[in-house]
Structures are given as structure tokens and as C-alpha cells.
Ligand binder design. Structure first.
Ligand code: ZN
Ligand code: ZN
Length: 121
């Protein structure tokens, strides 16, 4: 049995930085954040929620909802004494709401674009 000290400082730092980044996007008037799905994490079960396409898929996040989510994540990190405890808390947050999946045609951004980079609009 390994007993490692869980170094959560980098995780806290990264989460805070991401919340600040989202806050800046929101201040610029963005409402949505689109994060492409990594082909490696596609078990073949993901499809565009609008047209059922399975290419160019990305997760569509509401920035306001995502800021609230990341703040929950931050609270979970701070409240956890181990990585296992944190992952348990995290799984409870994630279960609450399904994230819509869009393809590069159905993305509400409108103009044609490829889903190989994160974008906010
Ligand atoms: Zn689509
Ligand atoms: Zn898009």
C-alpha cells in the first residue's frame, strides 16, 4: 500500500487559473465554451446532439454554468484530504448535468470552422 502525500497545490492553482480565464471570456461577452473531444476518449458512443454526426465532435459548455462547476471543483479539492476523496466528490458533481455534444456544423458559433481547438464565443 502506497502512502503518498497528495500534492493538491498545482490542482488548486490550475483550477483557479481556469476560473479566472473563464471569467475573462465572460467579461468579453462570451457565453459558450467549446472543447473538442479527444479522439482517444471517444468510445464510439458520442454523437452530435442535433444531427447524430460522429465527426468533429466537441462539448458545448455554458461559460456561466462552467464557472459554477469549476468553483464546485475547487471546493472539492479544498475539502478533500486525499486524491481518492477528491475523485469521489468530483464524480458527484459531474453526474448532475449532461453536457451537450455538437459537431462542427451544428456548433452554435455559426460560421464554418473545425473542431480541433477550444473556442469561446
Ligand atoms: Zn451536428
Ligand atoms: Zn464550434
Amino acid at each position: 500500500m502506497r502512502s503518498q502525500i497528495w500534492d493538491r497545490a498545482p490542482l488548486i492553482h490550475n483550477t483557479q487559473a481556469f476560473i479566472e480565464h473563464l471569467g475573462r471570456l465572460e467579461a468579453q461577452g462570451c457565453r459558450w465554451l467549446v472543447i473538442p473531444l479527444d479522439a482517444a476518449e471517444l468510445p464510439g458512443s458520442f454523437k452530435c446532439s442535433k444531427c447524430n454526426s460522429d465527426t468533429g465532435l466537441a462539448a458545448l459548455y455554458s461559460i456561466a454554468a462552467h464557472i459554477a462547476f469549476e468553483k464546485e471543483v475547487l471546493r472539492s479539492i479544498e475539502a478533500s484530504r486525499s486524491e481518492a476523496e477528491y475523485e469521489l466528490q468530483l464524480s458527484r458533481i459531474i453526474e448532475e448535468e449532461a453536457t451537450p455534444i455538437v459537431c462542427d456544423t451544428c456548433c452554435p458559433r455559426g460560421t464554418p470552422h473545425r473542431h480541433d481547438l477550444n473556442h469561446a464565443f
